[in-house]
Design a protein around this ligand. Sequence first.
Ligand code: FAD
Length: 382
Amino acid sequence: MKVKIIAHTPEPEKTVAAAARLCYSKISATEILENFSQERAAAFIKKLMDMGHMSPTEHVSFTFAIDGVSRTLLAQITRHRIASFSVQSLRYNNPFDEEIANPKDQALIESESISYLEGYALSSKLSGNSNLKNHHKRKQYGIEGLMPQDVENLHKAAYVRGVFDGAGLICDDSEYPLVFPQELKSVFDVAGLDVSLKEDVVLIQNPSDFGMYIYENMDFAESLYDENKFLSLCERDDKFQKQILAVMQEYIDAKYYAMAPESITTKPKALLSYIKGLDACKKCYIDLVNMGIDQEDARYILPHGTQTRIVMTMNVRSLYNFFNLRCCERAQTEIRQLANMMLEEVKKIAPGLFESAGAPCEALGYCPEGVLSCGKYPSYPN
Ligand SMILES: Cc1cc2nc3c(=O)[nH]c(=O)nc-3n(C[C@H](O)[C@H](O)[C@H](O)COP(=O)(O)OP(=O)(O)OC[C@H]3O[C@@H](n4cnc5c(N)ncnc54)[C@H](O)[C@@H]3O)c2cc1C
């Protein structure tokens, strides 16, 4: 999410103060401004705010460029009627037009799958694991369980991922976090991975580096991998989990032009499920467009998590109302984050004007939400 003020009324504090002063003066606003210092304007604004004389703040407005927010946020923010909006349209912008024009190289996807399956089959064979998965695919590609040097167009990371899924063991032991049967030592040597032989096992001491090696560039919707193994590694290693969750967010942004809320992006299982949903929607959208359905109708299948860009203009009075409602802990996370970022930006330009803006509790010293209070402030005035 990005927010930038791209325009605002010049000299916002002086403009508000002069408009307010006019109410109590015999001279024109032009004359008031001629002799009006910034200090006097600031003092006047403070008085204005204290007495709740808010209409002069309507003379000043700010225009924000907001990027990388969801269409869920769009639905919420456009409920604020005292504002002007321009929104990136899915009628005219197909987020996947480049991919439709240049579909992914199927041969590349296949050779990555073959590398994975060869690694999986070899490690299963050497470790005596007879519970082989992906039976159909192995048959389809004639998988034999080849050593890496014998695999045509080897994708090293996919191959090692197959080895991990076929024979890797994730342990609680801090000295032996990831182990493989010793017969697999030469596989890791060929892949160029740093492993050691300890007692009768191949030992990987740095699970996060290993995890990043095999998953970082993986396509979470299309590549072959054992989901349970992936989740176990996330659970086993906090560092890996943190790194891979960041990678998955970038993946969602790049592949689906979408974003996920924080409650999902912090949980690997939820994020994998979310990706499956995004993938189904995207595939259906592309199918519809390829059938000749207009983008304006194909977009019905795109999720609320799809990103958009907004230009929004609000006057200061409306911004006060917006910050009041949306900086509050009770507001939904994404719009709350945006509101807090916007408040930070306007305060840089007009600190006096926005001194008491924000969640109501910050100005009141108590929470007016009653039983719905987040607990940050007492519910009623002391
Ligand atoms: C925590 C939270 C939960 C919410 N949940 C829901 C929900 O479940 N369902 C739902 O539909 N919405 C929900 N909303 C949206 C909410 O009801 C408002 O539509 C939204 O916050 C815009 O606020 P607003 O009307 O004050 O802003 P604006 O539309 O910008 O209006 C600003 C102010 O102008 C005045 N005003 C504007 N139009 C009129 C009018 N026609 N008549 C009289 N006065 C007017 C009011 O004083 C208003 O406060 C929720 C909002 C929040 C913050």
